[in-house]
Design a binder for this molecule. Structure first.
Ligand code: BGC
Length: 360
């Protein structure tokens, strides 16, 4: 519905649900890239919900290019967008645009990834990133039964993008669970690569994760040694590791962790090539952000549930953390298909197979 239609409707007294303030506002939504499925879903969901709430939406994707994102955000500001929602490609690269937003009194919500090194960030909405990591680490501990088994088991680690503040939280959450077993010798990392810098994957690229995994496999596992678990911080990097395992590895297939429940990875989960993922329902995050936008525009208190964790080197940003959910072969139907997140077709399974046991 455009503004003119809304206005006419108001005159007729028919817009009980839509405030006149809402009609006037444009929300700029800046997403990192269309290459990764999750950001398309985030963008689509947010656009749908913001429009349903009566706002105009200025949605832009930046092709994973920092300069593009910078100029897109600057344009949003010069065009007079009223609130900005930004999922940064690189948390520290939008300083100039954020300064501009501040000068123009435009509130900024950091979406999913924290905007770093700036006092112009009003709020942060994300999932509990540290918890994502602990869920992945705990899955490895439970599945290898590290409390009771003697081991030693071989572990490799693939972490995320050093330019993304979330990556450190995912890594740290998982390592806080796994480190005691590495220290006691129940877990061994044959590549020796355990520090974040050694395990990181710039821009979360599947190809980069794959070539690093291929090197690790050929240097440490070509003699038939088994890798028992491969901690991957997210699905795009897990996909790279899974491709490398398929091409270069003859041992028993390892536990592989992930995050996002991307379609390719969910298919791999069904095929037994990925053990788990962490489901972060982009609809939940989008709804939370739409609520925050409304609260900001209406001058109400903004819902936050964490005022301590997310310091961006300048300020601690009031945050709302949504709950991540563990996903595997046993619950994916309920989480992903029954909830309407994906259709059975999208996951390459028949409707019947999808409903069988879905609510077990
Ligand atoms: C997000 C993850 C995503 C990764 C790569 C992170 O900031 O929190 O869900 O897998 O970026 O796009």
């Amino acid at each position: 519905m455009n503004k003119k239609v809304l206005l006419t409707a108001t005159v007729l007294g028919a817009t009980m649900a839509l405030s006149s303030a809402a009609m006037a506002e444009t929300v700029g939504v800046s997403m990192p890239t269309k290459d990764l499925q999750r950001w398309n879903q985030d963008g689509d969901n947010m656009q749908k919900e913001l429009e349903a709430a009566g706002y105009t939406v200025d949605l832009q994707y930046a092709s994973n290019d920092v300069q593009t994102q910078l100029s897109q955000v600057e344009n949003m500001i010069s065009q007079g967008d009223d609130v900005l929602v930004i999922a940064a490609i690189e948390g520290s690269s939008l300083g100039e645009a954020l300064d501009m937003a501040k000068e123009n009194d435009i509130p900024v919500i950091a979406y999913d990834r924290l905007l770093m090194d700036s006092d112009a960030v009003s709020y942060y909405a994300t999932f509990d990133n540290y918890k994502v990591g602990t869920v992945q680490g705990q899955y490895i501990v439970d599945t290898l039964d590290l409390e009771n088994a003697d081991g030693p088991f071989n572990l490799e680690i693939t972490a995320g993008d050093p330019g993304d503040n979330n990556a450190g939280f995912f890594y740290q959450g998982a390592m806080d669970v796994l480190q005691p077993y590495i220290d006691s010798g129940k877990l061994v990392v044959p590549s020796g690569q355990t520090a974040f810098e050694d395990c990181a994957t710039p821009t979360w690229a599947t190809e980069t994760a794959q070539s690093r995994a291929e090197n690790i496999l050929s240097s440490n596992y070509s003699d038939g040694t088994n890798v028992d678990a491969w901690l991957c911080s997210n699905d795009s990097t897990a996909l790279g590791v899974e491709n490398a395992l398929e091409a270069n590895y003859k041992g028993t297939y390892p536990i592989v962790t992930g995050q996002d429940c991307d379609i390719e990875n969910t298919k791999n989960m069904i095929a037994g090539k990925q053990s788990m993922s962490v489901f972060k329902d982009t609809r939940t995050l989008a709804s939370q952000v739409v609520k925050m936008v409304g609260q900001i525009i209406n001058g109400e208190d903004v819902d936050v549930n964490d005022t301590e964790t997310y310091n961006n080197n300048v300020i601690t940003v009031p945050s709302f953390l949504c709950e991540p959910v563990f996903a595997d072969i046993n619950n994916y139907k309920e989480l992903l298909i029954d909830s309407g997140y994906y259709t059975a077709d999208q996951l390459g399974i028949s409707g019947e197979a999808a409903t069988e046991g879905a609510t077990e």
